[in-house]
Design a protein around this ligand. Structure first.
Ligand code: FMN
Length: 332
């Protein structure tokens, strides 16, 4: 029976255990969005502690989809040299290196980007205060977004990352398309759940085409908005199954339209969603959300509810979490 310290092989990757560092914005990139030594160290130390999979913080694929002034970028070829140092540092410590690629949609700031804020529909973002309403994406914008994700994935691969993760959670652009609260379109990208899923599925297709069939592509999927009238688990499982059929190697299960905070269920608050997505897709799943106790992480894997466990804030607090977890479980 697999447990937290068992290795896992899938999609050509070999993970030394089931512990993942989920993507966590560090606020340490340069104003151009380039990697800094502090970003390399932030990820390297957690890899060196024995973490099996390090998913690097959300990185903007297009200047218009930039979320903050200190966000990492993968929007231009000039980013590749720094990203290559970052991927190399993680891999040399024995971890699998993955880069999360993202477009913020209406969570971008026009003050920062100097460009109009894009969204599925002209609905103000529930989290970020913006002057005026966002501009609904035209079909030209949609094509530009798909191409930007594809180019970003190509760069991540060139930089030496083992995998990329498409960000489709937490109220960023692809999550805004998935949510009935933020997508009021009546074209082929809105109107029912199947059409609201279309952009995420097209982005995955564009990325897969860019990196080739053998390169692992993960999707971080927000499977529940945790808001009345929002996206719920059953339709999200339909999307997850289509993403898996479209070549997603892993679904990183999350939720929340304005972030991934605990909706009130306590530690492991997204585990029940991971279990549902795992049975709907048949691909490996990862889940984070309030898990800090190694015994609990171990039980999540042993129970078969998730293949991998993401340790976010607990790993920020203790960069050596993976080493300490292995020691604690060995003594148990
Ligand atoms: C400081 C911080 C930055 C985060 N940045 C990202 C991010 O870049 N991309 C993302 O998908 N989630 C991000 N998250 C969410 C985490 O990946 C994770 O899902 C969440 O913190 C819940 O897990 P935890 O309870 O183990 O911390 C961030 C969370 C924190 C605390």
């Amino acid at each position: 029976m697999p447990h937290l310290l068992s290795p896992l092989s899938f999609a050509g990757l070999r993970l030394r255990n089931r512990i993942a560092m989920p993507p966590m914005w560090s606020g340490k990139a340069t104003p151009e969005g380039f990697v800094t030594p502090a970003i390399v160290e932030y990820h390297r130390v957690r890899a060196a502690a024995g973490t099996a999979l390090v998913i690097v913080e959300h990185s903007f694929v297009h200047p218009q989809g930039r979320h903050s002034a200190t966000q990492l970028g993968v929007h231009s070829d000039a980013c590749v040299a720094g990203l290559s140092e970052l991927a190399g540092a993680i891999r040399r410590e024995g971890a699998v290196a993955c880069l999360q690629i993202s477009h913020a949609g209406s969570r971008a700031s026009s003050t920062l980007t100097g460009l109009p804020v894009l969204a599925p529909s002209a609905i103000p973002n529930i989290r970020e205060a913006q002057p005026g309403l966002p501009t609904p994406l035209t079909s030209a914008h949609v094509a530009e977004v798909v191409a930007a994700f594809a180019d970003a994935a190509r760069r991540a691969r060139r930089a030496g990352f083992d995998a990329v993760e498409i960000h489709a959670a937490h109220g960023f652009l692809l999550s805004q398309f998935l949510s009935p609260l933020t997508n009021h379109r009546d074209d082929e990208y809105g109107g029912d759940h199947e059409r609201r899923s279309r952009l995420a599925i097209e982005v995955l297709g564009g990325v897969k085409q860019a990196v080739g069939p053998g390169y692992p592509v993960f999707v971080r999927l927000g499977v529940h908005d945790e808001r009345p009238g929002g996206l719920t688990l059953a339709p999200a499982c339909w999307t997850a199954a289509h993403l898996a059929a479209g070549g997603a190697a892993l679904i990183d299960v999350s939720g929340g339209l304005s972030g991934s905070d605990d909706p009130g269920r306590g530690p492991g608050y997204f585990v029940e969603y991971a279990e549902a997505v795992k049975s709907a897709t048949g691909v490996p799943v990862l889940v984070a959300g309030g898990i800090s106790d190694p015994k609990m992480a171990d039980i999540v894997v042993r129970s078969g509810r998730s293949d991998l466990v993401g340790i976010g804030r607990a790993m920020l607090e203790d960069p050596e979490w993976a080493r300490h977890a292995a020691e604690a479980l060995a003594q148990a």
